[in-house]
Structures are given as C-alpha cells and as structure tokens.
Design a binder for this molecule. Sequence first.
Ligand SMILES: [Zn+2]
Length: 349
Amino acid sequence: MKYWAGETPHKQVKIDHNHVMDSVINYYKKEDPKINYKYKKLFLDNGAFSALKNNNNFNVNLDKERVLDIQEIIKPNYTVPLDYPFTPKMPLFLMKKHWEHTKENINYWSESSNLDLVPALHAWNHNSLEENIKWLYQNDFDYISLGSVLTTKGEFNGFFGDRQPSKSFIDSIITSQQIAGKYGLKIHIFGFGSSPIMYHIGAFCGLKSTDSIGYKRKAVYGKIILPQTGERYCGNGKASFGNKKNGNGVNTFLSEEDRKKLEGCGCPICNKLPENAEERWEFLRLDWLRRTYHNKWVIEHEEKVAKEYEDDKVAYRDFLDDTIGKSGLKYLWEYSKKRIDQYSIDFFS
Ligand SMILES: [Zn+2]
C-alpha cells in the first residue's frame, strides 16, 4: 500500500518528500499557489473536508473554479474533483443531493481538465455503496478515494484526518474494498497511515494507498513512533527501559520490546548514534524536527516491509500476528482477519 506523507507548507521547515499528500486548502487564498518543498510525486486533495471541518475560516463553500484553477497551476500527479462530504446527522435526502453534486463535479473535472483524477466515493448504505462504485467504474475510473461511507452497521464514519480505529470503520473499509474489487477499482483511504498498526491493517485489507500527517503532528506533540507498533510519548524526563522504577524523575517507561525496536531503527537520525536505546531516545526527545524525520522514516519503512510480503499473504499474516497481534490493538487485527475471511458469508447469505 503506497504511503503518501501528509504535508502542510511551513516557512522555515522544508522536508524533502518522495510521495507527498498536500491539500488545495493550503493554497486556496494564496495569490501565487505553488509548492515550496521538494517532492517526487504529489497527491493534492481538494480541501473539501478541511473546509467543512474549519468552516469558521471558510464561511462559504469552496468555489469549484478556484479549486480547479489551483489544481491546474500546481499540476499534481493525482487530485480529487471537488466533492461534498456528509456530516453526522445529515438527513438522507441531503446526502443523496451531496452525492449528485459530487457526480456533477466529477463529470465537469473529467471534461475540462487533463488531471489524473481520484474521485471521492460517498455512500449512505450498502445499496448505494454498490451503486456508486458501479457509477465510478462506468465512468472509467480505476482509482477512487474513500469519502463518507456509512457502514453496513449504519454507523457514521465520514471524517477524514486520522481515522479513529474502530471495528465498524474496518467494516466499511473492507466492504468498500470488496465491492470495488469486483469492478477492478483500487482505493485510496485518507488518513490511515498515522501509525504502523493502522498502516498494516490497511495494507492487509488490500487498499492501494493511504496518507497521513500523523508522523509530523505526533512529533510536534512529543511522540516517537516505534516500528511495527504505535507511538510513545517522550515526556519530560529520561526514559527507563524494561526496568520500571518509581519516582527518581523517570516518567517514561518503555518495554524491552520497545528497546529492541528503537535499537533496530535505521532512520538517518538514529543512525548517527550508537545502537543504544537510551541515547537514541534522548536525542529524539530533545527536538521535534528529529522526531519528524524519525517518525516519517518509520512509516515509510513499514511500506517497504509490507511490500516484501506483497506476494505472500500467508507470510504477511504470520508476520502481523507476531507484531500487531501482540499490540494493544490486537482486537482490531483479529477483527480485520475475521471480517476478510467471512466475505462470502456477509454477502451471499
Ligand atoms: Zn529512528
């Protein structure tokens, strides 16, 4: 599963990227919209969801011509036609209306631009999920993004950003993936790469790509991501590995497993230091930018790990049993496996 590292423009800090996810929203009010960091490939989201979430800053809906203009100027490798996500408690008729407007825009974008489009899918129940995926397929798309998709259980899962891991959300992903698979459509899921665990669950489900700015936001909030695990908060005092002490100013306890993971980190920051967990931890703890580079490297490394198992699902499953199967999100991993195995029961009974 391709990982696109999320980015927001920063005047002082410019990170070089291979695959980066940025948003029209960051350039919407700029006179001269342009990307000021280096990258190899750019996926530019349309900003619809950010506008919805921060509608204090944007009182009006995004202007579709402006969105398209910015996309045309920046020329990303992939972009999303302006869509109209659902909000919690939105009445059904309005969801249907939003999807109609989304379809109009998809057609408009197809007719008036040469951009490589990854249209957003929205659905309010299982039937509309089938119908709307079929519509996208009939309109010649083979790569789509998962927008607001109400799960088979009817729970609302419409929000982008870092998705909260839940069984019902896993359920809507797997259902969408299974239906899209029947039509040969590949799926991008926004904000599913904030931790190695979420990334691997998405990869195991067979999604084509995801993104997340979690590596950076976690760094800013004092968190260090450990390979094949989640993040650890670095706190104010020194870390204590594997040997829990009371008091003594030690406020971060890390397991022996955590130690091994940090000592095995091959990122450019950790590589400057000996393979000593305490030293590495301390070095990362003191600077958010070091954590940003480290965190980003860890997630991008997970992508390489997943790729090694691309042709061997059984080995990948064993590997994940051994890693995330022993983590705090074990229940989510167990649920994902069960849900994938029971595909035929869910659909044909
Ligand atoms: Zn590192």
